[in-house]
Design a binder for this molecule. Structure first.
Ligand code: HEC
Length: 163
């Protein structure tokens, strides 16, 4: 390595070192700033605005507590939904109308033999999909983000509304 190369190497290392140090400092400043921003009251308000509809009313205190206010946002797809909510969103298209051979809500005769199988079997069929004699029940009604409990609540709603 000649003298010029050595000088160049030294300068380059110094520059790269400086950039690295600057980057690390910038990172810490940014994270410090973001913590400050998170503490400002306006942000929880924004978080409350982007919460799924319904969760605000469930816990009025949440809006003043950033950590709690954020929880429903992270869990958005699994946000609390009543059986009726799930039914309206994911099941009504078929079970409200009888489309595709689906047993209709309110048709006690169509549901009698099905509910006789017991809730566990109904949940299993609705969660994993089920080919029966009248048509095909798609897994979770085609809404994969629903939990097994969502499905169970929706079935309970269907049975309650039918009997
Ligand atoms: C695309 C139409 C469609 C949607 C959406 C749908 N279903 Fe179904 N479902 C069917 C059909 C068709 C059947 C009847 C299958 C058979 O027995 O031939 C059925 C049957 C069922 C059964 C009875 C299963 C059994 O063992 O007899 C349950 C319970 C059920 N659906 C629950 C739900 C729930 C809960 C939802 C919403 C999350 C839903 N379904 C959404 C079409 C649908």
């Amino acid at each position: 390595m000649n003298q010029q190369d050595k000088e160049c190497l030294a300068v380059c290392s110094a520059v790269i070192g400086a950039i690295t140090v600057f980057g690390v400092i910038a990172f810490f400043i940014a994270s410090a700033l973001s913590e400050q921003i998170a503490e400002q009251p306006s942000v929880p308000a924004a978080e409350v605005r982007i919460q799924p509809v319904g969760s605000v009313a469930v816990d009025g205190v949440a809006s003043s507590q950033p950590a709690k206010a954020m929880a429903p946002v992270a869990a958005a797809p699994a946000a609390p939904m009543s059986g009726k909510d799930v039914y309206t969103k994911a099941c009504f298209a078929c079970h409200g109308t009888g489309a595709a051979g689906a047993p209709k809500v309110g048709d006690a005769a169509a549901w009698a033999s099905r509910s006789a199988q017991g809730m566990d079997v109904l949940v299993e069929h609705a969660v994993n999909g089920f080919q029966g004699s009248t048509g095909f029940m798609p897994p979770k009604g085609g809404h994969p983000y629903l939990t097994d409990d969502n499905i169970k609540d929706a079935i309970q709603h269907i049975l309650d509304a039918t009997s």
